[in-house]
Design a protein around this ligand. Structure first.
Ligand code: ADP
Ligand code: MG
Length: 326
């Protein structure tokens, strides 16, 4: 049997399929049943070696992250994840240890959210991973980037800046030497998609996005699509214990990890202040918290104020491919 089919059967084919997958991996296409009355939310994201991850990252974490970043996009739409496709470009098909770890990381996260891997593509070339994720959402219930109103509060789940700080410490070669280093590394390499939070925000958030390119850049997308501006309070940005251990009183440079760092995979959303108690009630049942970090204003633009009311510069924008015309 050709190595390609052997590999697919061995590492990426389930023994049983959920009822909504009449035909899974193995034919020319999968056959899927979308529940009556629901819409399909579809998203895709690619991770390229050397651009999105370091060549020495563990295969298990890479499998997890490739799926997590896609589930994060579904979470930001308020969609219930159901199915994924995996297009894998591998330098070699013979590295069983790598494939076993990659598939374990990918499928463990898939199982945790009842997501079925229903197909994909396997090719040879420089390591690159593309996942397409599909989920369900009722018509009219999806969370979009448009809809934020002046006076709405701005909220974020979890903590910000951990992944960017981890990347910085990895580059400096001192992540293992600091307290909380392993937690920061986990936040960079093994992010948690906020699926429960996205579902809890349906019918409540006026706008939502997941933070992948950095808080300022991703909030900018909400502002643009909603036709509003925002005021953020740097002091309110939620920081993890590990982040605080490194930067108890962040300076202008340290604030940039939380404001512009990226790879956070938290949900950023807005809602009327009058509905904040509903928000608290819904989040009480979740394993992640949320924090109000600012407010939507009518005037366009994003301003960030420090504790003393001074405006903080937004030094770096989020990561953009092709920014330099390449
Ligand atoms: P085709 O040549 O018709 O495009 P492939 O040989 O690419 O088919 O794939 C055979 C079957 O295996 C298909 O059902 C496809 O969706 C599935 N598949 C291929 N690669 C993967 C993968 N990495 N993970 C899961 N399913 C895969
Ligand atoms: Mg075919």
């Amino acid at each position: 049997m050709p190595a390609e089919f052997d590999l697919i059967r061995r590492w990426f084919t389930a023994d049983e399929w959920p009822a909504n997958v009449p035909l899974g991996v193995g034919d020319d296409a999968a056959l899927l049943d979308v529940p009556a009355g629901q819409r399909l939310a579809v998203t895709t994201d690619t991770l390229v070696c050397g651009v999105h991850f370091l060549p020495d990252v563990s295969a298990h974490d890479l499998g997890h992250k490739a799926l997590a970043v896609n589930l994060s996009d579904l979470a930001a739409m308020g969609a219930q994840p159901a199915w994924v496709l995996l297009a894998l470009t591998l330098p070699s098909a013979t590295d069983d240890a790598w494939l076993e770890a990659f598939s374990a990381g990918f499928l463990a996260l898939a199982r945790a959210h009842d997501v079925a891997l229903v197909g994909g593509d396997t090719t040879q070339g420089p390591l690159s991973i593309t996942v397409t994720a599909m989920g369900f959402v009722l018509p009219g219930a999806a969370l979009t980037r448009a809809g934020a109103q002046p006076g709405d509060g701005i909220y974020v789940t979890g903590t910000l800046g951990d992944a960017a700080l981890a990347l910085h410490l990895l580059h400096e070669g001192r992540i293992d030497a600091i307290a909380g280093g392993s937690e920061l590394r986990r936040r960079l390499q093994c992010p948690t998609p906020r699926i429960g939070a996205g579902l809890a925000l349906r019918g409540l958030a006026s706008a939502a996005i997941d933070v992948s390119d950095g808080l300022a850049a991703d909030l900018g997308h909400i502002l643009e699509r909603s036709g509003v501006g925002a005021l953020l309070h740097a002091d309110a940005l939620p920081r993890s214990p590990a982040f605080r251990a490194c930067h108890s009183e962040p300076d202008t440079e340290a604030w940039q990890f939380a404001l512009s760092g990226g790879d956070d995979y938290e949900l950023l959303f807005t809602l009327p202040l009058a509905r904040e108690s509903e928000l608290a009630a819904r989040f009480a049942a979740l394993d992640v918290g949320c924090t109000r970090i600012g407010e939507i204003v009518a005037d366009a633009g994003l301003r960030v104020l420090d504790r003393d009311g001074r405006e903080l510069p937004l030094a770096r924008r989020g990561y953009e491919h092709f920014r330099n015309g390449a």
